[in-house]
Design a protein around this ligand. Structure first.
Ligand code: SAJ
Length: 441
């Protein structure tokens, strides 16, 4: 099909849309596209996942408003095929690649899933297909990996035998469908004409601005927007570390800084978790020889070290209570990486708990959203412990009855990584209270 033909087919919903990878990104987009009247062929290599989705069952844990209902609706129709078989994609006029693009423990991108998907798709894709990569990739990947893999596997040339674009996902766990339908997107095409057809396609289910550009710019925008956030969080965390050394209260400092014009300081915290922010900065610098140890890498190091700083604060609070970490009982409030979420990917609390246990402390955890830690009430988790650590700003933690907690603890020490508790009230109750970034004599 030509781009003009694609344009018409999209307009009349006569085109078939393939989606490869049915995770946080692919499943919502497959459902949203099917709901717009396109015929969808959804492909995943995990047969059990395919089976569940084909039965209309949402495999994504956690609260995702609207997704389960949307999936069960489209799965009942005859416009929605779910399979492990790439050959089904021979009918697709537009195919979206939504596979994972992780980094390894040395922060190097692992693009095997993307390369494999390109090789498999290239073998079967029809002439004139529009292939769009939604996965977040290092700048330069579309040109140096995706394009050649598709050309090799299909024996065709880009912009003749197929069209190529990059429309990076902007999902956020907990509001996958909402973000998908309301957040503006960048449509990077191998040619301006391709970008135009991409934005026409996305406009059928995205009710927001669509910014047309080239593939490299789209790769840079996505990785930059998340590196920007990570560097800003690291800045706030470094000011917290400075306040912990020189005195002062970073929370007050931030409040007053943000009253200055053109200032918007992020919030300090006990670490940076999630699937995007800890990974995307490494993707941004991956192909920038020599820049993989500059500001962006340093910011990652600051944020990754915050759970360790929390261990130091806990040690300090216990010493001031005539105890040592070794042999003490520590209760951790919050295991998810984000407030009011059950998502524990790259959770700072996971790092904190590991280091506390390595230092000889016994650790109990509470989290109202994480099944493994939600069965016992806070009172049971803190009972008999020597230090309570607040790691996540779950709403429930703003309602804790600290007077009751005081009576349950063996040693009344609290280390607050998110400025959740009222310092003066807890000091008045006789707690040893330390707040990240707010050293008080
Ligand atoms: N965090 C801080 N201080 C801050 C902001 C965040 O410590 O000022 C911590 C959070 O506690 C969390 C981590 O950073 O552990 C990540 O938080 P996040 O709010 O960035 O949430 P994410 O990881 O879901 O980020 C996603 C990103 N969206 C995409 O990649 C498409 C990010 O670019 C968005 O800004 C964010 O969602 C959002 O708020 O929508």
């Amino acid at each position: 099909m030509t781009l003009q033909g694609l344009h018409r087919a999209i307009g009349s919903r006569d085109c078939v849309v393939g989606v490869i990878g049915l995770g946080y990104v692919g499943l919502p987009v497959a459902c949203a596209v099917a709901a717009e009247g396109f015929q969808v062929i959804a492909v995943d290599r995990d047969a059990s996942r395919v089976q569940r989705i084909a039965a209309g069952e949402n495999p994504i844990i956690g609260k995702e408003p609207g997704l389960s209902a949307l999936l069960s609706g489209v799965a009942r129709g005859n416009q929605f095929t779910v399979t492990t078989d790439y050959n089904s994609l021979v009918r697709a006029d537009v195919t979206l690649l939504c596979v994972d693009t992780p980094v390894d423990q040395n922060h190097r991108p692992r693009l095997e899933a993307l390369e494999s998907a390109c090789a498999s798709l290239g073998k079967v894709m029809k002439v004139g297909v529009l292939v769009v990569v939604e996965s977040t990739v290092p700048p330069g990947t579309m040109e140096s990996i995706v394009k050649p893999r598709l050309e090799e596997a299909s024996g065709r040339q880009i912009d003749e035998g197929f069209f190529l674009g990059h429309c990076p996902e902007r999902v956020m766990p907990g509001k996958l469908l909402q973000n998908l339908r309301t957040m503006r997107r960048v449509c990077g095409g191998s040619t301006p004409e391709t970008a135009a057809v991409m934005s026409q396609f996305y406009s059928t289910f995205v009710r927001a601005e669509l910014d047309e550009t080239d593939c490299l710019t789209a790769e840079l925008v996505k990785t930059t927007e998340n590196a920007f956030r990570d560097v800003n969080i690291a800045f706030a965390n470094e000011v917290a570390l400075i306040c912990d050394k020189v005195g002062g209260d970073v929370w007050k400092v931030r409040e007053l800084v943000n009253k200055a014009p053109e200032r918007s300081m992020h919030t300090p915290g006990p670490g940076v978790g999630g699937h995007c922010i800890p990974k995307d900065p490494w993707l941004l610098v991956a192909n920038a020889e020599g820049l993989d140890s500059g500001l962006i890498a340093s910011a990652r190091a600051v944020n990754d070290a915050m759970p360790l700083h929390m261990v130091d604060l806990i040690d300090r609070a216990l010493r001031r209570s005539s105890r040592t970490l070794k042999g003490s009982a520590v209760s951790v409030l919050g295991y998810a990486y984000l407030a009011n979420s059950d998502d524990t990917r790259n959770s700072p609390s996971e790092t904190l708990c590991r280091h506390l246990r390595e230092r000889g402390a016994s650790v109990s955890v509470h989290d109202p959203f994480v099944p493994k830690y939600s069965s016992a009430p806070v009172e049971d988790v803190v009972r008999g412990t020597d230090c309570v650590v607040i790691m996540v700003t779950h709403d429930a933690y703003r309602l804790i009855d600290w007077r009751k907690v005081r009576g349950l603890m063996r040693t009344p020490a609290v280390v607050d990584g998110r400025a959740v508790a009222d310092r003066d009230a807890l000091l008045a109750m006789g707690f040893m209270y330390l707040r990240l970034g707010a050293r008080h004599s």
